[in-house]
Write a protein that binds this ligand. Sequence first.
Ligand SMILES: [Zn+2]
Length: 137
Amino acid sequence: MEITEVRVFPKEGADKKLKAYVTVTFDSCFVVRNIKIIDGKDHVFIAMPSKKLRFACQQCHYKNETESRFCNKCGTALPLVREEDLERTADAKLQHRDIAHPITKDFREYVQARVLEAYHRESGLFQRPSVVSMMDR
Ligand SMILES: [Zn+2]
């Protein structure tokens, strides 16, 4: 399977870690949207589209966001998620579940390389000053 198109949608806003959304087409016939480009502390990486997990209220069965401390519908305390659990899982897999993702290391690396290549090409166009300073060296 090959990537036949990568579209980068740069994102500017409050969340500075999130640099762009990417849409990737595979073999000209299958599209995955909402791949994210994240600027981590020491490297840029991609995050596959994911779904936020929700916890059902034991009282009324309303499905609340994992961040909620009380049911948004009936106000019952939600004992499942404790403060320290939230902290520990804040940026981990527990709160988010990938919707579509590569299952082999090779393909994951291939997707990431192609996406980041497209992102760097795009961001070169958007950030003139950094390109100029790199050429000065
Ligand atoms: Zn409830």
